[in-house]
Design a protein around this ligand. Structure first.
Ligand code: BTX
Length: 327
């Protein structure tokens, strides 16, 4: 941890308390003058720090800005989110994460941006990522699992995002197979999993997560206005992005460890319990066929099962799923 991170960690551990310059200088292993200089730097970064003679420093307010120091302060994980690259503006966090991964970034590394000018969804679709209102992040993981199990990581991530949002905001989020998080009939989050692998060996996955957090209706372009929503729109109040990222990191680490040790079964059950898809009449477009029927569950591997009108159950590996009105 650098000095700024140690100071923020101290503020985080002792909220509302004045911490003396002497204490901070001991924690940071630097002089009191160096502590003072870092306080000035924090103020320039938008932190409101109160300084009182003989009492010390107290954090009054942190800026609504995604930074490595903020994400890591008080995070409490072993690896997820322990290394963070935070940017103001990028084309997309995905290629930056791939780049970091090929250069050896450890498992759990997060790449975050305030704004993506070329955010992407699946199949080259665009992902609207306006400045400062969302969480646009890519997570690097290096699971030692066989290649066919990698789609389960998308379902695992959806379970984790949904749980984080539920716990942080109380909103009734649902998971649409395989990679969207919905509130009501609108999309609040998309997940894009990209794989770097060779024959049967997974080198790493980059899991891209886009969450509309504090966008207001006017932030969405016309083509998204009817299909997208944000946590703020749904809850009627702003949501703290840092706390949501930290909660996600903790939940992800716990489910991911469970997945690596005990497999997919419990994640599958959790996914089904919070599914927007299961039990609904769907129209499924795969690369080769169009299928209509009812989504009845996931199989043991995480493949969607759709029963058609003749009773035949189809396995859907990869497709866009639309919902048909019930007659
Ligand atoms: P997807 O292909 O399932 O969804 C893309 C579709 O969702 C678009 O065609 C559009 O209709 C709709 N859409 C676009 N932007 C939004 C939005 N902000 N909110 C709701 N709906 C939207 C989903 O792909 C995967 C998205 C991953 C995004 C993350 S952000 C961090 C990382 N970097 C990056 O470039 N992508 C990922």
């Amino acid at each position: 941890m650098n000095i700024k991170q140690v100071i923020l960690q101290a503020f985080h551990d002792q909220p509302d308390r004045f911490i003396s310059g002497e204490e901070l200088s001991q924690m940071c292993g630097c002089s009191r003058t160096a502590v003072w200089k870092h306080m000035e730097e924090l103020r320039r970064d938008g932190y409101e720090v109160e300084a009182v003679r003989k009492s010390g420093y107290r954090l009054v307010a942190a800026p609504d800005r995604l930074s490595a120091a903020e994400v890591t302060a008080g995070l409490g994980t072993q690896r997820i989110g322990q290394q963070v690259f935070a940017y103001d503006e990028v084309i997309s966090t995905q290629p930056l994460a791939h780049d970091a991964a090929t250069k050896g970034a450890p498992e759990g590394t997060l790449v975050l941006a305030e704004l993506q000018t070329g955010g992407k969804g699946r199949l080259g679709r665009p992902w609207h990522s306006p400045k400062g209102s969302g969480i646009w992040m890519s997570l690097i993981v290096r699971p030692v699992i066989p290649l066919p199990k990698t789609p389960q990581m998308t379902l695992l991530t959806a379970v984790c995002v949904a749980q984080s949002i539920r716990e942080e905001t109380g909103l009734p989020v649902k998971i649409k197979w395989p990679n969207d998080i919905f509130i009501g009939d609108k999309k609040v989050c998309g997940i894009l999993t990209e794989l770097h692998a060779e024959s049967d060996r997974v080198h790493y996955l980059v899991i891209g997560i886009g969450i509309n957090v504090n966008s207001v209706s006017a932030d969405f372009p016309a083509d998204l206005a009817q299909i997208a929503t944000s946590l703020r729109i749904e809850s009627g109040q702003p949501v703290n992005r840092i706390r949501l990222i930290q909660r996600f990191c903790r939940i992800f680490e716990s489910w991911y460890d469970h997945f690596l040790q005990d497999g997919f079964q419990q994640i599958k059950e959790n996914w089904e319990a919070h599914s927007y898809t299961i039990g609904r009449d769907v129209s499924v477009q795969t690369i080769s066929q169009k299928l209509e029927g009812r989504a009845i569950g996931l199989d043991e591997a995480g493949v969607l099962l759709v029963r058609d009108e003749s009773g035949h159950v189809h396995k859907v590996y990869s497709a866009d799923v639309n919902y048909r009105a019930k007659h």
